[in-house]
Design a protein around this ligand. Sequence first.
Ligand SMILES: Nc1nc2c(ncn2[C@@H]2O[C@H](COP(=O)(O)OP(=O)(O)OP(=O)(O)O)[C@@H](O)[C@H]2O)c(=O)[nH]1
Length: 435
Amino acid sequence: MEEQTIPVTVLSGTLGAGKTTTLNHVLRESGDRDLAVLVNDMGDVNVDADLVAESSDISADEAELVELSNGCICCELRGDLLDAISGLTREREFDAIVIESTGVAEPLPVAQTLTLGFDQSDLDPTEFYEETGIEPLENCHLDTTVTVVDAHQFTEAMRSDEILDDDGTAKHLGDLLVEQVEFCDILLLNKCDLVDEMSLDKIEAILETLQPRAEIVRTTHGRIAVDEVIDTGRFDFEEASRSAGWMQELQEPHESAEEEHGVTSFVFEARRPFHPERFTDLLNAFPEDVVRSKGHFWLAGREEMALLVNVAGQSIRVAPAGGWIATLPPEARDEQLDASPELEAAWDDEWGDRGTRLVVIGTEMDHESVRNHFELCLLTDEEMDADWDTFDDQFPTFEEPEAVEDGESERPKVAEDDTPESSTDDVQKEIGIAD
Ligand SMILES: Nc1nc2c(ncn2[C@@H]2O[C@H](COP(=O)(O)OP(=O)(O)OP(=O)(O)O)[C@@H](O)[C@H]2O)c(=O)[nH]1
């Protein structure tokens, strides 16, 4: 991105993590930088905006404050977000713009909106511009994405089955927290004054595993050096989209032997399908030492499509992950095989590329036992010869890879995944599954 455009920083973090406190600190310490602030508040009462205005000692000509209320900038206010930014930058030049998201906002769609102008598709940027003719904002660029993590609440939040409502989209707290951690350039581990050193080390080890690319800085009352979060040049959409620990682990699997504060990971791979009933049972009583798991799996009876499982804390979601390459017309399939020696080497004469590959990250995790749980879900030799359509399959039916709307799932905990399509696309790319 060109240097002369205005750098935009996005602050994310769950409710009460310390976003406003951090923002106020940055405003106070910003020196002679001319900053604009955009606060997204879901409720009718814009407490945050008042706080920013009151407690930051910022006079009107030093910082411009815009509120976006009654909606979330990661969903229905995406257009308003761009309008607000272009409105601000029309008024005058700023040195930087800081956006404080709501506690329920997902950083990925916000970043997409800011990077692509206004995202209306899941295409990559080049195709997006060609096909829509939409121009991105020319005078600013997304510069830094910051996630503020509440160290005091972290462990509880990961275990919590609290469901948050992001304007109609129900989400587990742990799920949102993981999404915010996995997509950012810098992580502020805040409220360090409330947590002992050993616990901080452990939380930091989990954060590092979930998000190896981000810099992690321990803070109290959001006291971060301004240069760490403003005009850093850190953001890169491609890198940010691929930086999640689970994705890197899929690319370069390694059974992490040396334990750092008990946080370890491994990749489970299998070339036989899961039994629908046994895998449902496992998901409904998932090992508690698993913090994060994500990847695709083959479910017996679903030979057309790979499914995606997404475990974050107490949240377990299932979505379509795309068609198997084995289902492509022979010409297209051969083209894929020619292009990928790995795919060819792993190709099964009968089942092609069908199989399971998922990353499992846990704390104090008994690898043997967790592996065993997965292995017991695989079809036995006898079941391999049985009629797979007779198995009781309670997983949602996905007509098309994109069709994830109808919530017909009656299973107690496993919900359909409603993450932005790009996440699914990323997995497809990672695992070489066809659209
Ligand atoms: N002890 C302690 N309290 C903190 C720290 N940082 C923030 N707080 C307090 O935590 C509470 C929430 O902080 P905010 O900055 O409002 O959090 P937020 O993320 O903006 O919250 P929402 O806008 O509601 O999502 C406030 O009472 C802060 O004073 C910290 O490092 N230590």
